[in-house]
Design a binder for this molecule. Structure first.
Ligand code: BG6
Length: 483
C-alpha cells in the first residue's frame, strides 16, 4: 500500500506543560513519529514552555529521553532524532507572572500556523489564554489545544468555556478527547456511513441492545490523587464512553463537516434519558496481587469508583426501547475496548434451535487487535442434520491491510496534525462538553447524597457481581471479557 502522508503547512507549536507526564509520554513522541513519517515540515518548530528553568539543550535532552522510552525501537533512527531535536527549543514561562512572555512573542513566527497546546492543569487554562492574547502572541488564526479533564461538572465546564471564550473564538479551540483519534473510532463512522449494509438495520427494529466496554488492567497507582476526585464516571464515561455512544447512536450528518457532525452528537446527548440509581453499578477494586484501590488512592475512606456500569435509554425514534449498556473499569481481567451491536433474532425461525441465541452481532474492536467481526448463523458442517452455529466473519485491520499497510498511528498523531490542518471534526465543541456534564452531574450528585460505598470487586475479574445483574435482569449478558 502506498503511504498517503501529506505534509502539513509549517507551524510553531508551543507546548505548555512540556516537561509533564502527558507531554513526554504522548505528545512529543507523537510529534516525532509524524516527523519520521515526513508529515512535519523541516522548518516546523516545537517550543516547549514550562516553569522549570531549562535551556534548549536541557529540553532536547528531556525530549531525547522521552523518545527513548516511548517510541518503539524500530522507529528510533539516530539521524532523524537529531534532526527532530534541532526543531525543538524551550522557553521558561511563568504562567501567572510576566516572565518569558516577551521572549515567546519574539520566538513565534507570524507566517507560521501557531498552535498553543495546554498540557497543564485546567485551573490555568483561562490565565494562559488571556496572557497569549494580552501579550499579542495569539492572533486570528492561532489554535488552542486543551486537554481533559474539561471541568469536573457542568458549572466548572461552563466557567472554563467562558474563560477561553474571553480570548479565543470557538473555531480556534480544540478540546481533546483522545478516543476520537483512535483509528477504529473513526472507522465506526466509515462502517456506518460508507456502506449500504448496516445503516438500514441500525435502529430499534433490528437492534436488541448495544454494549460498550472499555476495560483496563492498569490501576490508578501514581495518579491516585487526581483519580480519587474524579472516579470512572468523570474520568471515562463523561468523555470517552459518551463519545463512543454518540458515534454509534447519531443520525448521519449531512456532510462530513466538523459542525454538522458535532450537531448530531449533541442531539444524542440531549436525548439521553436520566439514569435512575437502579441502572448504575459502581465498583472499587480490592487488594490482590497489586494494592487495593484505597491504597493506590492513599485514602482509606475513599468512596470513589474505579468501575462503573450503566444502562442508558435514548429517547428518539431510532433508539426507543434499545438499551445501551456501558461499562468501564481499572484492574480488570483484560485490556479490551469494544462496541457490540447486538441484533435481534429473526422474527420467525424455520429451524429447530438448540439452546442459545442465534442473533447476529457486530463487534467493533477498538483495542487491542483493532478490527471488527460480524457473527452470522450457519449450518454446522457435517451429516448431523440442520444444526445451526454462530461463527464470526472476522477482520483484523492489521491483517486486512497486509504487511505493507501503515502501522496504526497513535491517536495523538492524528489529532495534533488535525489541529495544524485546522480540522475540528475530531474535537469536542463547548456545548457538547456542557451537555455531557449536564447528563452526568445528577448521577454523581445522587451518589454523593447517599454516600454509599462502591461494591468491591476482585482484581483480574470482570467487575462487581451487581454489574452482571444489570444485564441478567433484562435477560441479557455482557460479552465475556475472556472471549
Ligand atoms: C485517559 C484516562 O483519558 O484514558 C485514563 O484518564 C485511562 O484513566 C486512559 O487509562 C485510557 O486511554 P487508552 O488510550 O490507554 O485506552
Amino acid at each position: 500500500m502506498v503511504s498517503r502522508t501529506i505534509p502539513v503547512d509549517t507551524f510553531d507549536l508551543v507546548l505548555f506543560g512540556a516537561t509533564g507526564d502527558l507531554a513526554t509520554r504522548k505528545i512529543l513522541p507523537s510529534l516525532y513519529r509524524r516527523f519520521l513519517a515526513g508529515q512535519m515540515p523541516q522548518d516546523a518548530r516545537v517550543i516547549g514552555a514550562a516553569r522549570s528553568k531549562l535551556d534548549d539543550a536541557g529540553f532536547r535532552k528531556l525530549v531525547a529521553e522521552a523518545l527513548d522510552e516511548f517510541v518503539s525501537k524500530s522507529k528510533r533512527d539516530k539521524a532523524t532524532i537529531e534532526a527532530f531535536l534541532n526543531q525543538c527549543s524551550y522557553i521558561a514561562i511563568d504562567a501567572k507572572g510576566d516572565s518569558g512572555w516577551a521572549e515567546l512573542k519574539k520566538s513565534v513566527r507570524d507566517e507560521a500556523i501557531k498552535a498553543f497546546y495546554f498540557s497543564v492543569a485546567p485551573s490555568i487554562f483561562g490565565t494562559l489564554a488571556e496572557k497569549l492574547r494580552s501579550h499579542g502572541i495569539a492572533c486570528e488564526n492561532s489554535r488552542l489545544v486543551v486537554e481533559k479533564p474539561f471541568g469536573t461538572d457542568l458549572e466548572t465546564a461552563k466557567k472554563l468555556n467562558a474563560d477561553l471564550a474571553a480570548s479565543f473564538d470557538e473555531t480556534q479551540i480544540y478540546r481533546i478527547d483522545h478516543f476520537l483519534g483512535k483509528e477504529t473510532v473513526q472507522n465506526l463512522m466509515a462502517v456506518r456511513f460508507a456502506n449500504v449494509l448496516f445503516e438500514p438495520l441500525w435502529n430499534e427494529r433490528y437492534i436488541d441492545h448495544v454494549q460498550i466496554t472499555v476495560a483496563e488492567t492498569v490501576g490508578v497507582g501514581g495518579r491516585g490523587s487526581y483519580y480519587d476526585k474524579s472516579g470512572a464516571m468523570r474520568d471515562m464515561v463523561q468523555n470517552h464512553l459518551m463519545q463512543l455512544l454518540c458515534l454509534t447512536a447519531m443520525e448521519p450528518p449531512s456532510q462530513f463537516d466538523p459542525d454538522r457532525l458535532r450537531d448530531e452528537k449533541l442531539k444524542v446527548i440531549r436525548a439521553l434519558d436520566p439514569v435512575g440509581q437502579k441502572d448504575v453499578v459502581r465498583g472499587q477494586y480490592k487488594a490482590g496481587k497489586e494494592p487495593s484501590y484505597v491504597e493506590d488512592a492513599e485514602n482509606p475512606d475513599s468512596r470513589t469508583e474505579s468501575y462503573v456500569a450503566l444502562k442508558i435509554g435514548i429517547s428518539n425514534w431510532r433508539w426507543k426501547h434499545v438499551p445501551f449498556y456501558l461499562r468501564t473499569g481499572k484492574r480488570m481481567t483484560k485490556r479490551m475496548s469494544e462496541i457490540v451491536i447486538q441484533f435481534k433474532e429473526t422474527s420467525h425461525s424455520i429451524f429447530d434451535r438448540d439452546e442459545g441465541s442465534m442473533a447476529n452481532a457486530l463487534t467493533i474492536r477498538l483495542q487491542p487487535d483493532e478490527g471488527m467481526d460480524l457473527s452470522v448463523t450457519i449450518k454446522e458442517p457435517g451429516p448431523g442434520g440442520m444444526r445451526l452455529v454462530n461463527v464470526p466473519l472476522d477482520m483484523s485491520f492489521a491483517e486486512a491491510l497486509g504487511p505493507d499497510g501503515e502501522e496504526i498511528p497513535d491517536a495523538y498523531e492524528r489529532l495534533i496534525m488535525d489541529v495544524i490542518r485546522g480540522n475540528q471534526t475530531l474535537f469536542m465543541r463547548g456545548d457538547e462538553v456542557e451537555a455531557a456534564w449536564a447528563w452526568t452531574d445528577p448521577i454523581i450528585e445522587g451518589w454523593e447524597e447517599r454516600g454509599d460505598r462502591p461494591q468491591a470487586y476482585a482484581q483480574g475479574s470482570s467487575g462487581p457481581e451487581d454489574a452482571l445483574m444489570l444485564m441478567h435482569r433484562d435477560g441479557r449478558r455482557w460479552r465475556d471479557l475472556e472471549d
